[in-house]
Design a protein around this ligand. Sequence first.
Ligand code: HEM
Length: 488
Amino acid sequence: MALQFILIIPLFIILAYKLYNSLRFKLPPGPKPLPIVGNIYQVKPVKFRCFFEWSKIYGPIFSVYYGSQMNVIVSTTELAKEVLKENDQNLADRFRTRSSESMSRGGKDLIWADYSPHYVKVRKLCNLELFSPKRLEAVRPMREDEITALVESIFKDCVKPEFNNITRLAFGKRFMDSEGVVNEQGEEFKKITHEGIMITAKLSIAEYIPWIRWMFKVEQKALDKFAADRDHLTRLIMEEHIKSGNTKQHFVDALLTLQKQYDISDDTIIGLLWDMIAAGMDTATISTEWAMAELVRNPRVQKKAQEELDRVIGSDRIMTEADFPKLPYLQAIAKEALRLHPPTPLMLPHKASANVKLGGYDIPKGSVVHVNVWAIARDPAVWKNPNEFRPERFQEEDIDMKGTDYRLLPFGAGRRVCPGAQLAINLVTSMLGHLLHHFNWSPPPGMKPEEIDLTERPGTVTYMQNPLQAVAEPRLPAHLYQRVAVDM
Ligand code: HEM
């Protein structure tokens, strides 16, 4: 009897607390949560599509419970503005799962830091030092080196071209020799990034129900090992840079030089370097892959882009970023690809640091808010024929995609907007420009353009379920396919 009583008391307290909240707050509607697990087993793997469907049932703002954690999903331009502009300051914390808590050492980096004096300091460092127009321009030759290396590897019929732009920018390393053979450090780097992806992909229910975490010791061990391996490799690279006199433009050199001035710890430097790898390495390349998939599906658009490139650049030199202003159609293609296939369709989770009101509902402190930018970018109330890949729409109306127009938010908006947006736009536009100028792209033999599969793979970052396969046919003189190597 006494035992039953002890078991019932916590349940009673939880129910009473829920009742109190439901009377005190007008909470957004949503699917009915189950006890303990909430809606976790109702959410379909490709979350942003599931949330898009649920928005048709529950409305443009609704709640979803992961365990007892309340999540709020908004799916319209107006509500995105309420989240990212009107309530920006109170919705600028981050929700950290156990893995992001461990990987960021409790938010000592930028991506997972709560909005705090630490965040403001590190964000200032990023904006002023790492992503300033001056730094972006200084590392331009490095970007062009890597993109021409990509073109060369496709020309040489490499089966799996590697793309090292972000590792080079962060660590000053390609992790391979000039023949494309990956070195020992490169193997270690690959192992660590693979481990990181596997750990986060295996997220268990324990991420959301803290009091059952003691049952998941194996996962905790894997997280600790990942952190130790990652720190070991990063410290080795940092030491190499210190020994070499750090005078280059890579992030690791910049951070070591600025460490004292900004008063940042080694943990923060390691956190920031891996933030750049996590946020930048795949997002820009998969955006290009999605764009290429659309271009293989739409030969008309591909041909029109190539006509523009031939007119502006001709066929006796290769494109550079300096050509961008004369290539409006190419820029519109990059934008249209990021509209239809934003690589982070639900952005990153924003956590409420105070009670706020959204769309007339109460959002209690501690709730996690997600903006479904994928759904907003396909909303027929805002976009004409939203599912059609038609870059011309951006020539008819100039719509910004860096956070000032709430119809198009691939990089988010407000104080947590992606600091790498301009770098990413340059990378995607440049990759697309080179790939289209150098090659004609068609579906594999026997496949029709419209049969290219656009299914998404589940995950925070949206990869193609089936990586794009296409036939590349060179269209420029052979000497234009060589890597333009720079030593930086
Ligand atoms: C097409 C490529 C990219 C897209 C679509 C993208 C998009 C985003 C989005 C949606 C966010 C979250 C914004 C929010 O929470 O409100 C974000 C954050 C971030 N991105 Fe990007 N990103 C891209 C590339 C990059 C690159 C190349 C870098 C750096 C090398 C980068 C660095 C970051 C960082 C550090 C954050 C965290 C900012 C913060 O929490 O304050 N991103 N990005």
